[in-house]
Design a protein around this ligand. Structure first.
Ligand SMILES: *Cc1c(COP(=O)(O)O)cnc(C)c1O
Length: 437
């Protein structure tokens, strides 16, 4: 169907939606709704395309998946098997990686306000790289690494000031940002000079992350030029050999048929060519590269299944279609005005008859799943599949309204197995204490 042509791994068979070879109506019957579904097959394909692209170009690189997009212990196992690295940005993400036995020499630790406790945990775990965000962290890390008898390898997060023409909520490349050291205002240079006096810090390279859901490769090229130009000015502070460069994440995906991101291969080639060209021009050696893709690895592999409840036409205005989930499991529409595609999975062969406002069940007017969904005639009991929910859904979910988080089902080779079980009321009450009892 044309309004679904941008999506991956879907098929219409026997009038029903199949995803990664599995009947979604069967998944709903077996596991209930709302349900997060994740095609492990598609995640593997994305990982292989990333890792394979660097290998074909002969560039040593670590593809450190951004765990904030979606992380569970089982998922860490998949990443490990695919030769991926992992970017964690909290003690909780680190604990997940440790519990899964993820190799720490491929783990990079992010965050703009790492606590002393988190820094100690990461030192203890032996993460490969810290991405240092600010002076407070730099001094704290130097102290704590000293106490742990470690000389910690770090990247400095710098903000090259690239305007990425993306949604302002997810713009992180500007000077006015809580992330990183500014290049333009001298903050990055000051930090690098200070590092020479910190015995327990080993600066191995720079890091930048210019934004998210980006389609325009020229932004990445511009960032490479700015960061390498800066690096060159301060080359006396970096080791001449064995240096590294981390270019962050940010490649976009096709939420709708109007989104046109470049393919993974082209993105990787563009990064590598930009770094090669610039280092050659500056007479710098080629660094080992790190990248940190999140969304582009996992978003298209996710699907959320909901059961349609109340259908409420407001004559002359719109028809609201309420589902059994909410902004608690689908936060990005309320947070960013994000746009999604959907289909009625139990009658996926029917052509859309119009646009519908798909609402959640939370007590909040902003609780919308899709403002204008192109759908066949929705009726109570229908199964609604919302596409591309693999990134920043499970990981950003909440228990608002004391709603239980759905289960996450992984699909691998046509088989379905639970990655996360559905929350129970006991889970919700587990931490409550009652001084009035
Ligand atoms: C969010 C984030 C990523 C991943 O971004 P995507 O757009 O999901 O690829 C990578 N690195 C850093 C530092 C981030 O904050």
């Amino acid at each position: 169907m044309s309004h679904l042509s941008h999506l991956e791994q879907y098929e219409i068979r026997d009038r029903k939606l199949f995803f990664a070879g599995v009947d979604t109506t069967g998944l709903a019957r077996q596991f209930g709704t709302p349900l997060w579904v994740l095609s492990e097959d598609l995640v593997r394909e994305k990982c292989r395309r990333y890792v394979g692209s660097f290998a074909r170009l002969g560039v040593p690189a670590t593809v450190a998946y951004a765990g904030k997009a979606f992380l569970t212990t089982g998922f860490c196992g998949l990443l490990k098997n695919e030769g991926m690295g992992l970017d964690v940005c909290s003690g909780g993400e680190l604990a997940t990686a440790r519990a899964a036995g993820f190799p720490m020499d491929r783990v990079i630790f992010h965050g703009n306000n790492k606590t002393a406790e988190e820094i100690e945990q990461a030192l203890d775990a032996g993460v490969a790289r810290f991405v240092v965000d600010n002076l407070h962290e730099l001094r704290l890390l130097n102290d704590l690494a000293g106490r742990a008898h470690r000389r910690q390898a770090v990247f400095f997060r710098v903000t090259p000031g690239v305007n990425t023409h993306t949604h302002s909520f997810v713009q992180t490349g500007h000077l006015d940002t809580k992330f990183g050291f500014g290049i333009e205002n001298g903050a990055a240079e000051d930090a690098i000079r200070l590092t020479a006096s910190l015995p327990n810090i080993r600066l191995v390279g720079l890091h930048c992350h210019i934004g998210s859901q980006l389609f325009d490769l020229s932004c990445f090229r511009a960032a490479v030029d700015i960061v390498l130009g800066f690096q060159n000015r301060l080359r006396e502070f970096f080791p001449a050999h064995d240096w590294e460069l981390d270019l962050g994440g940010g490649l976009g995906i096709r939420y709708t048929s109007e989104d046109f991101p470049p393919p993974i291969e082209l993105y990787v080639e563009t990064l590598v060519q930009a770094v090669r060209a610039r280092t050659t021009a500056l007479g710098l050696p080629m660094p080992a590269l790190w990248i940190e893709p999140g969304r582009s690895v996992v978003a298209p592999a996710g699907l959320t299944l909901y059961t349609v409840g109340a259908v409420k036409p407001i004559p002359g205005i719109r028809t609201y279609v309420a589902v059994d989930g909410s902004m608690a499991d689908h936060p990005r529409t309320a947070l960013y005005g994000a746009v999604y595609s959907a289909v009625l999975a139990n009658k996926a062969d029917r052509h859309p008859v119009g646009t519908f406002a798909v609402a959640g069940k939370a007590c909040e007017s902003g609780d919308m799943i899709i403002h204008q969904a192109l759908l066949a005639d929705p009726e109570p009991g229908d199964l609604l599949a919302v596409f591309c929910t693999g990134a920043y859904h499970y990981s950003m979910s909440s228990n608002y309204n004391r709603l239980r988080r759905p289960a996450v089902v992984g699909l691998s080779g046509g088989e379905a197995r639970l990655l996360v079980r559905r929350e129970t009321y006991e889970d919700l009450l587990r931490h409550d204490l009652d001084p009035y009892a």
